[in-house]
Design a binder for this molecule. Sequence first.
Ligand SMILES: Cc1ncc(COP(=O)(O)O)c(C=O)c1O
Length: 432
Amino acid sequence: MTNIAFNKSRDLFERARKVIPGGVNSPVRYFKPYPFFVESANGSKLFTNDGNVLIDYCLGYGSAFLGHANPKIGAEVKHQIDKGNLFCTPTEKEIQLAETCTKIIPCAEMVRITNTGAEATMHAIRLARAFTNKTKLIKFEGGYHGAFDYVLNKAGSGAATKDYTDGILTESASKTITVPFNDIESIETIISKEENRDDIACIIVEPVLANTGLILPEKEYLNNLRSITKENNIILIFDEVVTGFRLALGGASEFFGIKPDIATFAKALGNGYPISLIAGKREIMSGFAPSGLVYQASTFAGNPISVAAALKTLEILINEKNTIYPKVAITCDKLVAAIKDIIHDKRLDVTLNSIGSMFQLFFSSIPVRDYDSVKSTNIQSFNKLFKVLLEENIFIPPSPFETCFISTLHNEEDIEKTIDAYETALSMVMKS
Ligand SMILES: Cc1ncc(COP(=O)(O)O)c(C=O)c1O
C-alpha cells in the first residue's frame, strides 16, 4: 500500500472485519484498502501497531486540540478515576463546568451536559421544536450534525460518500429542508413558501462547514441568518461541535460576534474525552425535563471522568487563551502559506481553505464555497494525495469531505516535515 509497512494493520483489519461490521466502529475510519491501527498517541503523533509514527492532522476529527494524551488532563482524569467514575447523582463539578461555560459561551445562560455531538444536536432540535411549537428544520447541504434521522439529508462527513439512506424514516426526514450554504436567498425562498411559513422551528448550522471539507461563511452570511431567524421566530442553532473552543474560547460565536439561541459543543470540550453540551437562553433551556417537558436523559451524562477532563481543558484554555489561539493560527497560517507557494510554483489547479487552526485542500480551480463545489472537485486526486502523505508519515482525514486540524502541540519540525510531504505528494498527484 505505501512505502511504510502496515502489515500488522492489514492482519488486524482482517480480524476486525469478521466481528465488526466493515471492520470499524465508525464509517469515516475506513479507507481503502484498509485503515491503519493505532496503539497509542502523544502530542501531535500517532503510533501505529506496525511501529509507524505519524504526524496527525485528524486529531480525533478535531477533538485533541491540546494534543493527544495531554498530561495535565490525564492527571486530572487519573485523580478522578480513584474517586469513582459514575455516580448517577448530581456532582458539584457539573455545576462548575456549567458555570464556566456560561462565562465563556456567548449564548449560554444555561447548559445541559450530554455525551456525544449527535446527542447534543438531536436534543437541541427537539428543544427548538417544543419551544416554537413548530415542526420543520432547515439544515445545510454538506452540514453534518450526527447519525440520526432528521439530519442525514445531504449530510457531510462519511455520509457524503454514498447514498446512506437505508432505514431512515421518510416521515422524519421529510420535516428537514436542506439548502445550499452561503446562499441567503434560498433560505428566504423556503421560509416564504406557504407550507413552511409558520412551521419552521429552527435552522441548524455549522458556522464554518467542517464536514464537507472546510467551507467558510461569506461576509455577512451568518449575520443575515441571525436576522432572518429573529424576524421569523425561528430558533438559530449553531452546531459548534467542531468550532467550539477551537476557533476561539467562545467558539465561532465569539469569533464572528454572533449570538445564536442555542449552541452545541463536543470534541475540543473534553480534548477527546466523550462529553458534549447544549447551551442556550434560559427561557429555551428551561424546556428540558425535569423543569420542562422536553425529555432528554442519559446514564452517562455529566459522568465525573468526562467532566474532570472538560474542566481541566477549559482551565487550560482560559488561562492560556492569549497564547494558545494566536499560536495555533500562526502555525496553521505558516503551513497553509507554504502549501500555497507550492501550488503557485507548480501552477496547480488546487484551492486551499483555512481558518484559525483548520484547513483543507481541494483539487479544484474554482473557489470552494458550498457542498456542490466540493462534490465537483477531483476526489481521485485527493485520494492519491492522502496515500502519498501517508507514505510520508503524515495522516490527514481520508476524505475531502473532512477538515485537517492543528493542535497546540504541532511544532516547527512537524510543520517543516508536513510542507515537504505536501510538496512530494502534490508532485506525484500531478504526475499521475
Ligand atoms: C459539526 C458536528 N456536529 C455533530 C457531530 C456528531 O458528533 P458525534 O460524532 O460525537 O456524535 C459531528 C461529528 O463529527 C460534527 O462534526
